[in-house]
Design a protein around this ligand. Structure first.
Ligand code: PGA
Length: 252
């Protein structure tokens, strides 16, 4: 996998676009804008599994990844794709624990099982964490701390070199109000502190922390500068070529 440009810009296409032809047109248009404007930076794009092969073959600036996977190796799991299936068709990274997947029944325990496999197979893995609501006490900090501790209760600390954390407050996803940069900064510090506890300071320093939740072309750079994140995880704005391009450009 080519080296990931910093800040790390990750799109999450979710269940879009409507067909492969549209997906290919999007990636070609985005890549040609980047080439034309001499922007060398790469982007990560998590897409429906069915598009991974075609997009990873045509993209010039992107690293194509998966939005989830089964925690099982090959076997009797109808309808699910394993890590080796996904990487064999061109997936360069995997997102785990997205709140929309958690809503369908994913737990910290099942995320942990998946993480054991992806990290041990050297697959770059973006683990999403985030509280459902903000309270006036500090319960939201404890909530995220617990998510991290339960998901990252792994024995082999050296596997963490492929770990990226995405802080995605659930209340900010898919809406119109992102977290403020100071709310985000507070959580970045709390996450880093928890990572130090779990994997030690040397490993913790190497983990990139992203922010996601109503990132737009207008606010993207503020998170990088004012909230000290290492990158962004972008839903809706990554589903529009011009908006996604503007975000990549603003974060060079
Ligand atoms: P949004 O989604 O940018 O549309 O809020 C973010 C996400 O779901 O990762």
């Amino acid at each position: 996998m080519s080296k990931i440009s910093k800040p790390i810009i990750v799109g999450n296409w979710k269940a879009t676009p409507k067909d492969l032809k549209t997906a290919i047109t999007f990636v070609k248009a985005l890549d040609s804008k980047l080439t034309k404007n001499k922007i060398k930076k790469n982007y990560l794009l998590a897409v429906p599994d069915i598009y991974i092969n075609s997009l990873s073959e045509i993209t010039k600036h992107g690293l194509i990844g998966a939005e989830n996977l089964t925690g099982k190796e090959e076997g009797q799991t109808t309808g699910l794709n394993t890590p080796s299936m996904l990487t064999s068709v061109g997936a360069s990274f995997i997102i785990l624990g997205h709140s929309e997947v958690r809503k369908r029944g994913e737990t910290n325990e099942s995320i942990k099982e998946k993480l054991v496999i992806t990290l041990s197979k050297n697959i770059k893995t973006i683990l999403c964490v985030g509280e459902e609501k903000r309270d006036t006490s500090t319960d939201y900090l404890k909530f995220v701390e617990e998510e991290l501790k339960e998901c990252l209760d792994l024995s082999k600390k050296e596997d963490f070199k492929n770990l990226i954390i995405a802080y995605e407050p659930v209340w900010a996803i898919g809406g119109s109000s992102p977290a403020t940069t100071s709310e985000c900064f507070e959580m970045v510090i709390a996450i880093r502190r928890t990572l130090v506890e779990i994997i030690g300071i040397d490993n913790a320093k190497k983990v990139s922390i992203l922010y996601g939740g109503t990132v737009t072309k207008e606010n993207a750079k503020d998170f990088i500068i004012d909230a000290s994140v290492d990158g962004l995880l972008i839903g809706r704005a990554s589903q529009n070529v011009d908006d996604f391009y503007s975000i990549i450009k603003s974060c060079i």
